[in-house]
Write a protein that binds this ligand. Structure first.
Ligand code: HEC
Length: 135
């Protein structure tokens, strides 16, 4: 039991990217189990069908690979791009989609996790509720 807890703590340390504040941007276990916020980010991605242009694995299609983009964009640049769009391109503003506005930080966390290689492509589950989303 003790060693299991230790292992879990190690995973959290290894896979949590922290910014200045003390809470991790996202938490992932086994590549596909994530914290509730990151899960909400993935749900938002799915609900808005960002994959139509950025690909189901975020590797790019009509739109650029967000695996690459997320390594370069600051959080502010990310938010501005998604909320205001890129005029003159296929990237439309999402500032009238409540789901996106409410979940912009969660979306950022999810995509950073994908870009960092910590979160695997495909369906995700909640850490707190393993199995619930496994079908
Ligand atoms: C209709 C196609 C389309 C959809 C849907 C779409 N995008 Fe985009 N997106 C693009 C294109 C094209 C670009 C490149 C714009 C440019 O040339 O600056 C882009 C750019 C971006 C960028 C900036 C990438 C960079 O390297 O500067 C981000 C971040 C992004 N999209 C996120 C999203 C998210 C999140 C969603 C869903 C909420 C989404 N996109 C939905 C087409 C799309």
């Amino acid at each position: 039991m003790k060693s299991k807890n230790f292992f879990f703590a190690g995973l959290l340390l290894a896979s949590s990217m922290t910014i200045a504040d003390d809470s991790p941007l996202y938490t992932v276990v086994d590549g596909d189990k994530v914290d509730a916020k990151t899960f909400a980010g993935w749900k938002t991605w799915r609900a808005m069908a960002c994959e139509r242009c950025h690909g189901a694995k975020q590797e790019g299609l009509v739109g650029p690979s967000l695996i690459d983009s997320m390594k370069k964009l600051s959080k502010d640049e990310f938010k501005k791009t998604v909320l205001e769009g890129r005029p003159g391109t296929a990237m439309a503003p999402f500032n009238e989609a409540k789901t996106v506005v409410d979940n912009i930080d969660n979306l950022y966390a999810f995509l950073k996790g994908r870009s960092d290689g910590a979160i695997q492509p495909g369906r995700l589950q909640l850490i707190q509720d393993p199995g619930a989303e496994s079908k």
